[in-house]
Design a protein around this ligand. Structure first.
Ligand SMILES: Nc1ncnc2c1ncn2[C@@H]1O[C@H](COP(=O)(O)OP(=O)(O)OP(=O)(O)O)[C@@H](O)[C@H]1O
Ligand SMILES: O=C(O)C1=C[C@@H](O)[C@@H](O)[C@H](O)C1
Ligand SMILES: [Mg+2]
Length: 184
């Protein structure tokens, strides 16, 4: 049996990057502009447990959260024509990196520390991985995570850009790539 490659235009789009860089915000906008389903992986897991992520971490621990994250993403990465926003730690797992880079088009949203640090107050309450760490420890985590985000197809620098502008840029770049690599 021959397995047909999914056309580039039908591959799902995946957003990766550190907590708070805008994966959910921009993912939603891109999905709307491309008329696709939007799936936020953290939200899928939260719905399954009926609790916010910080509560899930308390109840079952990070290891079990990561196992669920792997199960959900490996399954959903096979879906076509969707936009998936991953949790900031998802690419720590090799199986997730492989599933997403093989099945989908992966965009790394790259926000520098200078801009990122101004967002801490917006996200700290709902991100258990940030809680209990001082600013130097958060910077260390931010730096140490950058290597896992190098597994991508496209990197988008987002400093000082509005979410709408970033989403427009991503949609335009996708259309150019589709036309170049798989002209109609
Ligand atoms: N381009 C932007 N400019 C300014 N603020 C933004 C931008 N994109 C997102 N934000 C804000 O930053 C915060 C974090 O955004 P968002 O929840 O989309 O991040 P995330 O990458 O999905 O985080 P996580 O990995 O923790 O789920 C939100 O309050 C959002 O409104
Ligand atoms: O960066 C991380 O390790 C995490 C990011 C969030 O999106 C959630 O997936 C969870 O809070 C863990
Ligand atoms: Mg998110």
């Amino acid at each position: 049996m021959t397995v047909r490659e999914v056309p580039l235009r039908e591959k799902s789009i995946v957003f990766i990057g550190f907590m708070g860089v805008g994966k959910t915000t921009i993912g939603k906008l891109v999905a709307k502009k491309l008329y696709r389903d939007f799936i936020d992986i953290d939200q899928v897991i939260e719905e399954e447990y009926g609790a916010p992520t910080s509560e899930i971490f308390k109840q079952i621990g990070e290891k079990a959260f990561r196992a669920k994250e792997k199960e959900v993403i490996t399954k959903l990465s096979k879906k076509k024509l969707s936009v998936l926003s991953l949790g900031g730690g998802a690419f720590l797992q090799e199986d997730i990196r492989e599933a997403c880079t093989k099945n989908c088009i992966v965009f790394f949203l790259d926000l520098s520390w200078e801009y990122w640090k101004d967002r801490i107050s917006l996200i700290i309450d709902s991100r258990p991985v940030l809680q209990g760490r001082n600013i130097d420890e958060i910077l260390e985590l931010f730096n140490s995570r950058q290597e896992i985000y190098q597994y991508h197809h496209s990197r988008v620098k987002t400093d000082s850009q509005e979410a709408e502008e970033i989403a427009d840029y991503i949609v335009d770049s996708l259309k150019v790539a589709w036309d170049i690599y798989e002209p109609r």
